[in-house]
Ligand binder design. Structure first.
Ligand SMILES: CCCCCCCCCCCCCCCCCCCCCCCC(=O)SCCNC(=O)CCNC(=O)[C@H](O)C(C)(C)COP(=O)(O)OP(=O)(O)OC[C@H]1O[C@@H](n2cnc3c(N)ncnc32)[C@H](O)[C@@H]1OP(=O)(O)O
Ligand SMILES: NC(=O)C1=CN([C@@H]2O[C@H](COP(=O)(O)OP(=O)(O)OC[C@H]3O[C@@H](n4cnc5c(N)ncnc54)[C@H](OP(=O)(O)O)[C@@H]3O)[C@@H](O)[C@H]2O)C=CC1
Length: 515
């Protein structure tokens, strides 16, 4: 029997961010391995016109929860959605709900955050720092609380090349940043943001670092732990390989490449692609929750959930495997045949962006206008290029994270727990994982059925023929223009024609003599 599964068996658990990518897999694993847990409180907000219940219903009826419904038929009775908005003071939790949370919660998993790289500092601070402070204040009033597990990111200190499992202080205290957001206007905040995030690429990584510092400072007597995942990808093994449900990180670029929009990206092929499967992150998170509650380590421990130092993959290997998988499992209705490459300098990247991204989009929008349809490709391409510009920071350099605490935790687990809550990425087969990831993007993000592969292949063949036709026509047009304007071109054309004529005559003559 798994000690960790038994530990959660009687617990009341609060998960923030449970409707997110990581949060869903965390909930699924808890219900599947500890079906007799008491309750999981999830902070949820209405979204896209859906009520809290509708959002929970949609999650429980998704493919991700198919196995849970077999082992925990009453799962819907064990989830308690609580209205909350991290943008609001006191998280907008009602008095009744707050009283219940304070009275019964045993474990908190704080996953909620804004993971956007381009959020204004005020919004990122509100979600990733102020909301964390409010959750810590709630936790300090929970008499039954055994552990507070805070999910940060391995890139919170990406301004450093080697990162240890410690909290690195930020130049300005989190509390001062929180207070200043209350009275500074947006214009001043925009002006000071570059100075505050200095060395980091965006407000996301900066505010995650602030959140860690706040947890360390205001964790008080709480049993707190911090987990830093690197780039969280699709599931590796459980509940099944390849599950992913958002366009963040690699997923969006895999879609863009598979649909033929993405043709080049500035990357360093040998740079470490520090991906970590979401089920690996969840297994580590649950093991940390158990260890923190049972062993109460002091001071606060930080756990790196990364792959680069244990089982490194690089962007070149990943990119080639993604392209190879497209050959086997093409995406439907592609704009062009998938064919992308990494460029290693800005000049080449700019040229490729102009020739292989912007020009085709303009041509295609011109065609849409000619056929009376609304042009959309240029707008989509600009968004994709903007996304790429934000991700490039992370694919053109490598970092090194120490993993002492994570390895220590693994050694503390029983063999059964190491099996059930496996976070040993040394066992990961990258080629197999990446192939499952691409197939998962096709099935779970694009909602494409594998039965449509033959038609997708036919579509790609048609695109190839159109591509050849277009290139031939372009060549002929350019050649005719050259012939019309250049005597040298005409002389060259005459030489080629006469050479071919003589070669054919000689060939015929030699064949006649042989007969
Ligand atoms: C040698 C051969 C080479 C061959 C190469 C083949 C290429 C194959 C690709 C494989 C290589 C992949 C490289 C991966 C690089 C990944 C690096 C990731 C690093 C993360 C480090 C930090 C990790 C963390 O701690 S949190 C990470 C999670 N956070 C994110 O990833 C957030 C990033 N996204 C954003 O910040 C925003 O989306 C932003 C700012 C980039 C774009 O914002 P914008 O407002 O423009 O768009 P959205 O409103 O978000 O969406 C608009 C629209 O676009 C769709 N969309 C969203 N994101 C993406 C995307 N990444 N790609 C494509 N499309 C995207 C979205 O669904 C929306 O559509 P609507 O219809 O409008 O809803
Ligand atoms: N994905 C990755 O590659 C990595 C993620 N992480 C960390 O893991 C955690 C989870 O990330 P991930 O699951 O990918 O992110 P998602 O964007 O998928 O999920 C974010 C969660 O936060 C919730 N949330 C955001 N804003 C609010 C708000 N105003 N009020 C209430 N809830 C809100 C979202 O709710 P809603 O559904 O209503 O929007 C969602 O449940 C984050 O802390 C992130 O920093 C760390 C490293 C890598």
């Amino acid at each position: 029997m798994s000690m960790i599964a038994a530990f959660y068996g009687s617990k009341s658990i609060l998960i923030t961010g449970a409707t997110g990518f990581l949060g869903k897999v965390l909930m699924e694993k808890l219900f599947r391995t500890s079906p007799d847990l008491k309750v999981i409180y999830i902070l949820v907000r209405p979204k896209a016109g859906q009520t809290l219940q509708q959002r929970v219903f949609q999650i429980l009826n998704s493919k991700l929860f198919e196995k849970v419904k077999e082992v925990c038929p009453k799962v819907h009775e064990k989830i308690k959605p609580i209205y909350a908005d991290l943008n609001q003071k006191d998280l907008a939790i009602s008095k009744e709900d707050m009283q219940e949370l304070l009275s019964y919660t045993n474990i908190i998993f704080h996953c909620a955050a804004t993971v956007r790289f381009d959020d204004p500092l005020r919004h990122a601070v509100q979600l990733n720092v102020t909301a964390t402070q409010q959750l810590l204040f709630m936790a300090s009033q929970m008499p039954k609380l055994e552990a507070f597990i805070h999910i940060s990111t391995a890139y919170s200190n990406c301004n450093l090349k080697h990162i240890d499992e410690v909290v690195y202080p930020c130049s300005v205290e989190p509390k001062k940043i929180i207070e200043s957001m209350e009275w500074l206007d947006d214009a001043i905040i925009d002006e000071i943001t570059p100075k505050l995030i200095a060395g980091r690429p965006n407000t996301y990584t900066y505010t995650k670092a602030l959140g860690e510092m706040l947890v360390q400072q205001e964790g008080g007597n709480l049993n707190v732990a911090i987990i830093r995942p690197s780039i969280v990808g699709a599931t590796w093994q459980e509940p099944f390989p390849g599950w992913v449900d958002n366009l963040n990180g690699p997923s969006g670029l895999i879609v863009a490449a598979g649909k033929g929009f993405l043709r080049s990206i500035k990357a360093t092929p040998m740079a470490v692609a520090d991906l970590v499967p979401v089920d690996t992150v969840v297994n580590l998170t649950l093991a940390v929750g158990w260890y923190t509650a049972v062993h109460r380590p002091k001071p606060t421990l930080i756990y790196h959930c990364t792959s680069g130092t244990i089982n490194p993959c690089n962007w070149g290997k990943m990119g080639l495997q993604v392209l190879a998988t497209f050959e086997k499992v093409p995406f439907e209705r592609a704009f062009r045949r998938p064919n992308a490459d990494f460029t290693t300098n800005y000049f080449t990247a700019s040229c490729w962006n102009a020739v292989s991204h912007r020009a085709p989009a303009i041509i295609y929008d011109f065609y849409l206008r000619l056929t009376g349809r609304k042009p959309r490709m240029t707008k989509l391409m600009n968004r994709l290029l903007r996304t790429i510009s934000m991700l490039e920071y992370f694919i053109n350099q490598s970092w090194e994270w120490s993993t002492y605490n994570t390895e220590m935790l693994m050694s503390e687990l029983s063999p059964e727990d190491q099996r059930v809550f496996n976070f040993d990425v040394s066992q990961l087969n990258w080629l197999e994982y990446i192939e499952n990831y691409v197939m998962g993007v096709k099935k779970h993000i694009l909602k494409e059925d594998m039965a449509g592969i033959p038609e997708a292949r036919q579509h790609l063949k048609r695109l190839r023929n159109i591509h050849y036709l277009f290139n031939t026509a372009l060549f002929l047009i350019i050649w005719c223009l050259l012939l019309a304007r250049s005597q040298m071109a005409r002389n060259m054309w005459f030489f080629i024609v006469s050479f071919c004529y003589k070669f054919i005559s000689y060939f015929r003559a030699s064949r006649t003599l042989k007969i």
